[in-house]
Design a protein around this ligand. Structure first.
Ligand code: RB5
Length: 153
């Protein structure tokens, strides 16, 4: 599985642990930055990952900012992106089983590397249950206001 990974300066301290957990999943990680502690704008980095995903160049997205909130708001504006902000493994597991989450968002100032690695591990290996949950997702994907074309943000 190919996973696009992006963070801002608030997410940078967690990135290495997340990268290692993704590699162990195993998955191919496409690291889109940032790589420096200098302040950057999280929408720019979320966008790099969303763009790859919507072009079909990766299967999943992992985003990290300070709280995970900004990245989460951004990613969920796009049709077909189902982002789950998780700070413990239970939500990560359920986000796969019930929501078919294809984008995991973490808060680099909220959780530490150990919990982050557990979240990534469970999120990567839990399948979607389908059935009634698929019908509910179909109700969300077509909502007006969701952006279809990533070049049109
Ligand atoms: C950056 O200081 C911080 O605002 C950002 O990482 C994120 O937490 C926003 O939601």
């Amino acid at each position: 599985m190919r996973v696009a990974l992006a963070c801002d300066h608030g997410g940078l301290p967690l990135k290495q642990a997340v990268k290692e957990a993704l590699a162990a999943a195993p998955s191919e990680v496409i690291d889109l930055g940032t790589d420096s502690p200098e302040s950057v704008d999280y929408p720019d980095f979320a966008h790099k990952a969303v763009e790859l995903f919507l072009k079909g160049e990766c299967d999943r997205i992992v985003l990290i900012c300070g709280t995970g909130v900004g990245m989460s708001i951004y990613a969920n504006r796009f049709r077909g992106v189902r982002g789950a902000l998780c700070s413990e493994p239970y939500t990560a597991r359920m986000s796969r089983m019930h929501n078919d989450a294809n984008c995991l968002i973490l808060g680099g100032r909220v959780i530490g590397p150990g919990i982050a690695a557990e979240i990534v591990d469970v999120w990567m290996r839990t399948p979607f249950e389908g059935g009634r949950h698929a019908a509910r997702l179909a109700m969300i994907d077509g909502l007006p206001g969701k952006i279809k074309d990533p070049s049109n943000r």
